[in-house]
Design a protein around this ligand. Structure first.
Ligand SMILES: Cc1cc2nc3c(=O)[nH]c(=O)nc-3n(C[C@H](O)[C@H](O)[C@H](O)COP(=O)(O)OP(=O)(O)OC[C@H]3O[C@@H](n4cnc5c(N)ncnc54)[C@H](O)[C@@H]3O)c2cc1C
Length: 491
């Protein structure tokens, strides 16, 4: 009898080994996307001992929306530019890495709006006029904070309103072009969408400031903001010099299908006909990608999930870089930014000169958002250059030279992004956001959009990746434990 039991236990053990071997023949986890959240997810899996992941990335680089590029002989950022986290209660891990690698970043001094705001047809507004509009914006923000506090205190309710409704209730709706420009600077300049569509409760108070402090630091370093992503990746991926050289990271793989129809297995198909199989997948592409038809699901994602994806919002924020043969704008302390007021909201409104960051480079950039971004992405660069020059001539006079070069990132037209960063739309409940990050069987979702407070930011992507990896890790452990459990039970 004892011998029979032994044989039986041996048989069970063999079955266990075969099961393990077949599980090991494909990776535990497939991560789609090597942006900040995908790289952070893989690091966390690695730290938990799950090293048999693969990362499928559509482009030939890691970093995603953190992307340096060459312009006018310098390295500038087409995507994320500002770091948070120098002086708040919470240490921002990204800021800490930036400190370690001595990444060059510059405190952005936004305090000069009163002195540098130009009229549509030229000439400066008086300090008193701009201060009155700034007071209005401050009053609106204070009022929004009170309402937000009230909404957040109402347990069990999920009440909200738009930022614009808050301004109206405060009897301070921006009406004049100057007031609208300050409103644009305060909200659209950060959320990339207008107060009309933006949630008051989820934007005010601004979590990035309450968590990390109000200072914002502009990265201008030849290694790029993306060197922070590489620093994280280097802790677990193999590199040759400064290039990822790890067989687990497979570049130029555009995922087009996620098949989770077989229990416990997920099959990924790419546009070049490759098929990858894993026990779970983590999808990190932007919500703009998930809202498009680039990736299809088999079976179709459930309605609650599709609804959560399609109701969230991604804005467009475009930094248009211009290079000049000489400098014609004021520089030095208090002149980092200048502002242009136009009857069309957000028309070439926020300008920044980069003399401090790139001395002698004669580079300016202007920020546009949302519909203006779409319009500009769709037109030839020369047309945009002519529009920008017209604005600059209104401000600085006809004698200024033409820009010799222009660079316009096209994040919205790019099918791998379809926007720049997310904004919480009014009416979008916390329950929907929970659905946005919730897995569907073994299909997991990460990315900046899944972070409930720091959505939109690289910090949010960093934390989101870690949190999703944690969920996946739990699933894999749970999948392993019945097998181990049954083995122990028989022994
Ligand atoms: C213009 C701009 C300015 C910004 N400014 C700031 C800032 O100042 N500070 C800040 O903190 N944040 C800023 N952000 C936001 C920040 O860059 C993002 O929140 C963050 O980088 C998002 O990381 P992610 O991993 O969630 O997504 P992504 O970076 O988009 O990574 C997803 C990856 O998936 C890949 N992918 C997409 N589709 C597929 C597919 N089908 N198959 C395979 N791979 C695919 C993409 O190529 C990408 O590499 C800015 C972003 C932009 C664009």
């Amino acid at each position: 009898m004892k011998g029979e039991a032994m044989k039986f236990h041996l048989l069970i053990f063999m079955v266990f080994l075969v099961t393990l071997a077949s599980a090991a023949s494909f990776p535990s986890v497939i991560i789609v996307g090597a942006g900040m959240s995908g790289i952070s997810a893989a690091k966390n899996l690695h730290d938990e001992g799950i090293k048999d992941f693969i990362i499928l990335e559509a482009t030939d680089r890691i970093g995603g929306r953190i992307h340096k590029t060459e312009f006018g002989g310098h390295v500038v950022e087409k995507g994320a530019n500002w770091l948070h986290g120098a002086e708040g209660p919470l240490k921002n891990p990204m800021y800490e890495i930036a400190k370690q690698i001595k990444l060059k970043s510059f405190y952005s001094d936004f305090s000069n709006v009163s002195y540098n705001t130009y009229k549509q047809e030229g000439g400066l507004y008086s300090k008193e006029e701009v201060d009155a509009a700034l007071d209005m914006a401050e009053s609106n923000e204070d009022y929004a904070e009170k309402i937000s506090e009230r909404f957040n205190a109402e347990k069990g309710k999920d009440d909200d309103m738009s930022l614009l409704a808050g301004e109206r209730l405060n009897k301070r709706e921006p009406k004049t072009p100057l007031e609208k420009m300050i409103d644009f600077y305060s909200f659209d300049g950060e959320q990339a969408e207008a107060p009309r569509v933006t949630s008051l409760k989820h934007i005010i108070p601004r979590p990035e400031f309450s968590l990390f402090g109000e200072g914002e630091y502009f990265v201008a370093d030849s290694r790029g903001f993306e060197s922070i992503v590489h620093e994280i990746a280097k802790t677990y991926l193999t590199y040759t010099n400064d290039t990822v050289n790890d067989p687990r990271v497979i570049f130029k793989q555009v995922v087009k299908e996620v098949d989770y129809s077989k229990s416990g297995i997920v099959t990924i198909k790419t546009e070049d006909g490759k098929v990858y199989t894993g026990q779970a997948v983590i999808l990190s592409p932007s919500i703009g990608v998930l809202q498009s038809d680039l990736i299809s699901f088999k079976p179709e994602l459930p309605f609650w999930k599709r609804r959560a994806i399609n109701e969230f919002s991604i804005g467009i924020y475009t930094k248009i870089f211009l290079k000049f043969p000489k400098k014609f704008w004021p520089t030095g302390k208090g002149n980092e930014f200048f502002f242009y007021v136009h009857e069309r909201r957000g028309y070439y409104a926020i300008w920044q000169q980069l003399e401090m960051e790139y001395p002698g480079a004669n580079i300016l950039f202007v920020t546009v958002t949302d519909d203006e971004s779409k319009r500009i992405e769709a037109q030839p660069d020369e047309k945009t250059k002519a529009e920008a020059m017209e604005v600059l001539r209104k401000i600085f006079g006809d004698d200024i030279p033409d820009a010799t070069d222009i660079m316009i990132p096209r994040w919205y037209s790019d099918r791998l992004y379809r926007g720049t960063f997310t904004n919480w739309p009014v009416g979008y409940t916390t329950e929907k956001h929970n659905n946005l990050k919730a897995p569907v069987e073994n299909v997991f979702f990460t990315g900046e959009h899944t972070h409930a407070e720091l959505f939109g930011y690289a910090d949010g992507a960093y934390y989101a990746g870690a949190s999703t990896a944690n969920e996946v890790n739990k699933l894999l452990k749970k999948k392993m434990s019945p097998r181990l459990g049954s083995l122990y039970w028989w022994m």
